[in-house]
Design a protein around this ligand. Structure first.
Ligand code: ATP
Ligand code: MG
Length: 429
């Protein structure tokens, strides 16, 4: 029978790699606590409409990338391609506007997008997500950007570029869209100079043309008008406040007039953090302000700002920069045993050791004492408990200190406390 393999674009995170993931999530949790974000655990599937209305019908994510299916009750549901829409759905549905504002939420988990898999790009990928809901203040944009930068700082990641732009609001964006369209159609090559996807984008979502990786599209839009020049007074002021605030906290950021985001809900601030280690999938983090998302999914206006960062890409960057996250913890105690009878006695000692909070393990395969000792040594055990024929007969246990090879004998009843003392003394060395 043919072996069943994992679906394309998914990844098994195992062993040493999963430790790196846990480390990343742990650092995010610490930062969340220090910055005052509360954790939210949200469903990984939602009604399809949440995303088609929230993210926008004309976006790549909604048009081409969603995992959408009809469930057994005939409803259209979608595996979440991102978390922000769910966070806002939850804010509205749980009436969080009654809480002191803003509401600061973080979470993490798998997201799903039907994309072409390559390094740093998967169909199931994980994001950590931070959101501040219910505040229009540019200070919150700064706080969100600072949150993301603090995570990478604590992770020991360097050499990131932070790019920032303003994508305006429904008041000023239409004029910019027109200006961009006018620029493209008036250029020497006109619409014909764009790739096929961008020709489609031209009518429906022209801002996305600025984000196209195709070299011809890039060249064509190189000298296109800048969004910043089209901003309305309010957006311009907001952008100025954000850049001034970032300068005040010493954040090194560059303004990139071409930066747009793949999701329609962004207003005003959009930003991205890039890492060289990622190759062409170079964005480790993307975020910005989304003042109109709540209204687009049927709520009142809830001005908000947030970011999401891909865990796979964080881990690739950690590895690429050789960041050391410390040794894997080793079992402190290994029990080696001599006979079938000793096995039972070992199991009960193992149970007691673990119950006392010690990390301990044993050999269950009835290997020779010599082989077991070798294994204990290569596993890096601090102490070995020997239960041989003699120990069994005399109701004792041998404790061998693996650092100097010294062995002493204690009564079986005192074994747990003796090992606790040994480990304490060893810890003080
Ligand atoms: P990209 O331009 O690389 O497609 P994006 O703009 O679609 O990214 P966002 O929707 O802003 O990405 O998601 C935020 C972050 O999630 C990205 O910066 C990236 O780190 C990560 N991410 C997005 N899509 C994927 C994917 N398919 N596989 C792995 N990580 C991803
Ligand atoms: Mg994308």
């Amino acid at each position: 029978m043919e072996m069943i393999k994992a679906p394309r674009g998914t990844k098994d995170v195992l062993g040493d790699e999963s430790r790196k993931w846990a480390h990343v999530i742990g650092v995010c949790r610490e930062v969340a606590e220090d910055f005052g974000y509360k954790e939210a655990m949200l469903p990984i599937f939602e009604h399809t409409e949440l995303f088609s209305r929230g993210i926008g019908d004309a976006t790549d994510v909604v048009e081409k990338e969603m995992y959408t299916f009809t469930d057994r009750g005939g409803r259209s549901v979608t595996l979440r391609p991102e978390m922000t829409a769910s966070v806002m759905r939850s804010y509205l549905e749980r009436d969080m506007s009654r809480l002191p504002q803003p509401v600061k939420v973080w979470g993490y988990g798998p997201m799903f997008r039907y994309e072409r898999p390559q390094k740093g790009r998967y169909r199931q990928f994980w994001q950590v997500d931070f959101e501040i809901l219910g505040s229009p203040s540019p200070l919150r944009d700064i706080e969100v950007i600072d949150t993301s930068m603090e995570i990478y700082r604590r992770l020991g990641i360097n050499n990131l570029s932070v790019l920032i732009n303003s994508v305006g609001c429904p008041k000023c964006r239409p004029a910019y869209r027109d200006a961009l369209r006018g620029f493209i159609s008036g250029s020497a090559s006109g619409l014909g100079g764009l790739c096929e996807t961008c020709r489609e984008r031209f009518e429906r979502n022209p801002l996305r043309i600025l984000d196209c990786k195709n070299p011809e599209c890039k060249t064509l839009t190189d000298s296109s008008p800048s969004m910043i020049d089209s901003l309305c007074g309010e957006c311009r002021e907001h952008f100025g406040a954000v850049t001034r605030g970032l300068a005040a906290i010493g954040a090194s950021v560059s303004v990139d007039n071409r930066l747009v985001r793949g999701l329609d809900y962004y207003t005003k601030t959009a930003y991205e953090i890039l890492a060289g280690e990622l190759g062409s999938q170079n964005a480790v983090c993307g975020g910005g302000r989304y003042d109109n998302l709540a209204e687009s999914i049927g709520g009142p206006r809830v001005p908000s700002v947030g970011f999401a960062s891909g865990i796979e890409r964080i881990v690739i960057t950690l590895e690429g920069q050789g960041v050391n996250i410390g040794e894997e913890p080793k079992p402190r105690v290994l029990i080696v045993n001599a006979s079938e009878e000793a096995l039972i006695s070992s199991v009960s000692l193992l149970h007691e050791l673990r119950g006392a909070g010690l990390s301990a393990d044993m050999d269950c395969a009835g290997r020779s004492l010599k082989v077991q000792m070798k294994r204990a040594s290569s596993a890096g055990a601090r102490f070995v408990c020997v239960i041989g024929e003699d120990e069994l007969a005399s109701g004792t246990v041998g404790i061998k200190d693996m650092s100097d090879g010294e062995q002493r004998t204690v009564s079986r009843n005192d074994a747990v406390s003796a090992l606790q003392t040994c480990l304490l003394d060893w810890g003080k060395r």
